[in-house]
Design a protein around this ligand. Structure first.
Ligand SMILES: [Zn+2]
Length: 182
């Protein structure tokens, strides 16, 4: 899935805070956005979908972070929990799309996300055919609703930016491999 889908997911994950601890909702949503982007930094360092994608191990961070945040809620503890949760969900959700190859629609790989826990690659589910597919943008749109309606200020602005970037990326997606070496 493309980054705007992951960042919108981060905001969705933080939305329940509006009900239980509204004073930390914005910090949680911003941390969810950062956590949604974080695993894909392995596009630039190490091996994409492997170095910073942990479909299992992030959850070992999520559980204690959630307990600490619940026991002692603060901007920092809530942000750490949401960051970890968003990165964990990102790593699992990439499994439901295609692999990291430049042209998943023409030259599909069998490697979606690396499962460090089992020392093997998870096979792509392709429920979303490739990152930047029309259904990926649809997902970004649906997941952006809480960011647009329930939040304001920086979270809403970043949600709009995500939608614009996602729409632009979807438009040019199939031409990207002609210009960028992934
Ligand atoms: Zn990813």
């Amino acid at each position: 899935m493309m980054s705007p889908t992951h960042t919108a997911t981060g905001v969705v994950l933080a939305a329940p805070l509006l009900a239980v601890a509204p004073e930390f909702a914005v910090a949680g949503a911003l941390a969810g956005i950062v956590g949604g982007v974080f695993p894909d930094l392995d596009l630039f360092v190490g091996e994409h979908r492997r170095t910073l994608h942990f479909p299992v191990y992030y959850w070992f961070l999520v559980l204690p972070a959630a307990v600490v945040a619940a026991a002692s809620p603060s901007t920092v503890t809530v942000a750490v929990a949401l960051f970890a949760l968003s990165a964990a969900v990102h790593s699992v959700v990439d499994w439901f799309g295609a692999g990291p190859e430049p042209r998943p629609w023409a030259d599909p790989s069998e490697q979606a996300v690396y499962l460090h826990f089992g020392n093997r690659w998870l096979t792509p589910k392709r429920w979303v055919r490739y990152d930047g597919a029309p259904e990926d943008l649809l997902l970004t749109g649906a997941l952006s609703v809480p960011g647009l309606l329930l939040f304001d200020g920086s979270v809403r602005t970043l949600t709009v930016v995500g939608l614009v970037v996602g729409a632009g990326y979807t438009l040019v997606r199939k031409r990207v491999p002609d210009y960028v070496e992934i």
